[in-house]
Design a protein around this ligand. Structure first.
Ligand code: SF4
Length: 438
């Protein structure tokens, strides 16, 4: 049962020493009750109080990490139901299912395709997180052989979908790793919990209702296992949405510990995968690998799991496009990723060489930054001086984005030696402008 702020305060030293960063123990207690700080921030809590506060200070959704060869896929530790309230923290790990009924050649081909899949989205490298090997054959030895093949061709974290025999055969192959194993059900949980405990694995807990999941997770916790992942099972998209939303709501709003774990979703279609990313899977298993689904899914994940208050940015600086010479044009834009890549991609694909000066506009697009006073003549001039543009080119001519033509007068005053040209409003029109006007 969660403690109130006053109950927590009574267990603190009450010296108001401020070392936790709060002016009083009461202020710290209130933040702890709201799950906004860690108990470890107070160095003076007695061991007896720590034991009593452990329950209250634990995150409402436990952090579970799958690990292999230095790679880590984390889920949990989320604090809000809706992204706009604050942010979502740990992106759901996306795994590709591989059946142990595949031949060795088929397994290797599937592994190779996923391992080769890398895309770059606004400067971020995207790839899949791991594999979920399924014991379709029902044969423990065959399952272990499939896991061995996967491990020989990939270092990514694993999920092992198997019963007792399959896990007993395969888990010794993954010493030093933390895979997710299961699913544990009412019928097999004791054996699977014992194996997960022995091999330091996280355990998948499967159930068709909130009651069934809560009951089973409590039994497994009672057996000494803490790292659990819930797999709510429903026949329809709507059913899955309802179960996942209830789990998240009960964990966050009611601090209901039996459901305070990340969840796993198995996605057989694009709709299921999209729903899993948005509501609220911690781990997602794709039934099959298809690059045309993986790419938009990873982009969606990136967009959902970025802090809405922190735009994706590129480093301010001078970017050389198509090996420019000192006589080539100088373009100016802001450091909002999508703005930068729109401009850079248009110029790069045209084959025209240019110097692109990216001004620190706190990650905002051209018009937004201008309206917010973050992209003005002073900042642009300062960037030109900081990046020594006068030494890089043999001319003094710069192209201002058309949307901020209004800045040209002020910029002439800030950079008196430079000729200011007003470029097009849209990046797509830049190549034509560069050919005709420069
Ligand atoms: S560090 Fe501990 S004792 Fe000091 S003010 Fe914070 S809660 Fe109180």
């Amino acid at each position: 049962m969660a403690l109130s702020g006053i109950q927590i305060y009574k267990l603190l030293p009450q010296t108001n020493c401020k070392e936790c960063g709060f002016p009083t123990c009461l202020a710290f207690a209130m933040k702890l009750a709201a799950k906004q700080v860690e108990l470890a921030s107070c160095p003076y809590v007695s061991e007896a109080s720590k034991a009593q506060l452990a329950e209250s200070s634990a995150p409402p959704i436990r952090l579970v990490s799958l690990k292999a060869d230095g790679r880590e896929v984390k889920a949990g530790n989320e604090v809000v139901l809706f992204r706009h309230e604050k942010t979502f923290y740990n992106k759901p790990g996306v795994f590709v299912k591989l059946a142990d009924s595949l031949s060795e050649a088929e397994l290797q081909a599937a592994l190779k395709a996923v391992e080769a899949f890398h895309v770059n989205y606004v400067g971020i490298d995207l790839s899949l997180d791991g594999f979920a090997v399924e014991n379709v054959s029902g044969d423990g030895a065959r399952f272990a052989a499939a896991v061995k093949t996967v491990r020989a061709h990939s270092k990514r974290p694993l999920i092992l979908l198997a019963g007792e025999a399959g896990l007993a055969a395969a888990l010794p192959l993954l010493a030093g790793e933390t895979p997710l194993v299961g699913p544990a059900t009412d019928g097999n949980w004791q054996a699977l919990a014992a194996l997960a405990k022995e091999h330091k694995a996280a355990l998948l807990v499967q159930g068709e209702s909130l009651d069934a999941l809560a009951e089973l997770s409590e039994k497994i916790k009672g057996a000494g296992l803490e790292d659990l992942v819930l797999q709510p099972v429903a026949a329809t998209l709507a059913g899955k949405l309802a179960l996942n939303t209830h789990i998240r709501r009960l964990a966050l709003k009611k601090n209901f510990r039996p459901l305070g774990f990340p969840t796993l979703a198995v996605a057989g279609s694009a709709e299921e995968a999209v729903q899993a990313v948005t509501k609220y899977a911690g781990f997602i298993i794709l039934e099959r690998f298809a690059p045309e689904l993986a790419y938009p899914l990873l982009v969606l994940r990136e967009n959902i799991y970025t802090d809405p208050q922190k735009p994706i940015q590129v480093q301010p600086g001078v970017y050389e496009i198509n090996n420019p010479k000192p006589t080539d044009p100088v373009l100016v834009t802001t450091n909002f990723s999508i703005t930068y890549f729109s401009v850079a991609n248009e110029v790069e694909s045209s084959g025209l060489p240019a110097w692109l000066v990216v001004v620190d506009a706190e990650g905002m697009s051209v018009l937004t930054a201008w309206a917010a006073g973050k992209f003005d003549a002073e900042r642009i001039a300062k960037s030109f001086r900081t990046f020594n543009m006068a030494d890089k080119v043999s001319h003094k001519r710069l192209v201002l984005p058309g949307h901020v033509a209004v800045l040209s007068g002020e910029l002439e005053a800030e950079l008196p030696d430079w000729e200011i040209r007003v470029g097009p409003r849209e990046a797509v029109d830049l190549p034509k402008f560069m050919k005709q006007a420069l």
